[in-house]
Design a binder for this molecule. Structure first.
Ligand SMILES: CC(C)(COP(=O)(O)OP(=O)(O)OC[C@H]1O[C@@H](n2cnc3c(N)ncnc32)[C@H](O)[C@@H]1OP(=O)(O)O)[C@@H](O)C(=O)NCCC(=O)NCCS
Length: 405
């Protein structure tokens, strides 16, 4: 393995690299023009002239608790060819990539995991989650007392392409864990390829306006036809629900529940999704799935902790263990509040002892020190420190990322 060469690819090597990336996910390259590649962030491991392992990263500006933001690496395109798996190639790529991310001055890396078992060993913590809901819309309705204001109107894809990005740009700065999308991402989104439809229709779109010309929310969805019985029982699959005000959220959900000939509505939503509280029969909203979404790997703890804001003023000393990158381990004092924060190494007594994965999980406020402690993760070294950490790191709304990368 030692003689395998690891390096970024150059543009001419994109066909081979994209084939390797696709094959790792059981696919063939279709629509090579849809790829967004930052070449200097790619990783390829060459065995002779063949690519046998691959990775990449996007440069994102991640929204943080307190609605600040910081540049991060969004790790993507990770794979190892079947005949080279379980020989340490992923480990080698992760070492290389985390060094590269740190050398760019980025305090953390994020990723979405194909399997949740993979990345904990490299110091990534489970930082945000999402759930899939299904509502029997034929037997449920909105509470009459939920006020519906503004107007929701359907728009075609061309009109949506002009309206949605600006709404998203605002909404993604209202929640930790989210980030803006580059124009090419939107261009690809609006191609709405048949292969991405899961057997359902092309997207439909509707936009909420609080006043004429003031778009502040949108919803996109697909319809999976079902006319097998005498009565139509279509499934409405919400693709994206993005709103910048609670009024827009309520109006858009109401619109979705008004679409005729639909039996069930499905959607992926944050864990603190308010829809249940808008329904007359909330038990009809079933949670079909709940799982991890963003994973956070802290690399520069002082920079990362100093970049976010904290719900209450406090100062906590955390002893951090980091088996994969021992240089990150150590004791840090984090002092902060709603208006600012700083963090530096310290020799003061520690209040809490945490693994780097647990600090990564706490970073966006997607869990609490108490929840981790109940899972036997983390140690309280000063009486009351856990409760203080709960309040300090708390984030509302919960972190949520809308972009699948
Ligand atoms: C996941 C994948 C990249 C792992 O690559 P790899 O080179 O085999 O990983 P490594 O040899 O460096 O494994 C390091 C350790 O992680 C473990 N590991 C890696 N992937 C694992 C998996 N999917 N399930 C369980 N354990 C896994 C290995 O067993 C090894 O454990 P050990 O240190 O105790 O021996 C590879 O299996 C793959 O390409 N999978 C399909 C694509 C994919 O899922 N990519 C991830 C996208 S987010």
């Amino acid at each position: 393995m030692a003689d395998l060469l690891l390096r970024p690819i150059v543009e001419e090597e994109f066909p081979a690299w994209s084939r390797a990336v696709s094959a790792a996910f059981g696919a063939h390259v279709e629509h090579a023009e849809d790829w967004i590649v930052e070449y200097d962030r790619t990783v390829a491991v060459f065995d002779g002239d063949e690519i046998v392992a691959n990775a990449g990263a996007f440069t994102f500006d991640l929204t943080l608790p307190g609605l600040t933001s910081t540049q991060v690496a969004g790790v993507t395109a990770v794979g190892v060819r079947t005949d080279h798996r379980r020989q340490g190639l992923l480990t080698r790529m992760m070492e290389h990539q985390l060094d590269d991310v740190a050398s760019r001055g980025e305090a953390l890396a994020i990723l979405l995991a194909s399997e949740s078992i993979i990345y904990g060993r490299f110091g990534y913590g489970m930082a945000s989650s999402l759930m899939q809901i299904e509502v029997d819309s034929s037997r449920d309705a909105f509470l009459p007392r939920i006020p519906i204001t503004g107007t929701v109107r359907p728009v075609d894809a061309d009109a949506a392409a002009k309206t949605l990005p600006a709404v998203h740009d605002v909404a993604c700065r209202q929640r930790a864990g989210d980030m803006p999308r580059v124009q090419k991402w939107w261009d690809i989104y609006f191609t709405d390829r048949e292969k991405d439809r899961g057997g359902a229709s092309a997207r439909f779109y509707a936009v909420h306006e609080s006043a004429p010309g003031q778009a502040d929310g949108y919803v996109s969805w697909r319809i999976k036809q079902d006319w097998d019985s005498a009565n139509a029982n279509n499934q409405l699959r919400v693709d994206e629900m993005v709103a910048t005000t609670p009024e827009a959220t309520a109006a858009l959900w109401r619109y979705i529940f008004d679409v005729d000939l639909v039996g069930t509505v499905t959607a992926w939503v944050p864990l603190d999704e308010p829809l249940r509280w808008m329904l007359s029969d909330p038990r009809r909203m079933l949670t079909k799935n709940i799982h991890d979404f963003l994973w956070v790997r802290l690399l520069d703890i002082p920079a990362a902790m100093g970049a976010r804001r904290y719900d209450v003023e406090d100062s906590l000393v955390v002893e951090v263990a980091d088996a994969f990158r021992p240089s990150t381990a150590g004791r840090y004092r984090i002092t902060g509040g709603p208006d600012g924060a700083e963090c530096a190494r310290t020799t003061d007594d520690a209040d809490l002892a945490l693994d780097i994965t647990d600090l990564g999980a706490l970073y966006l406020g997607g869990t609490t020190a108490t929840q981790l402690a109940q899972a036997q993760r983390g140690q309280e070294l000063t009486a009351g420190a856990r409760g203080r950490a709960d309040r300090f790191f708390a984030t509302s709304p919960l972190p949520y990322c809308r972009t699948d990368f």
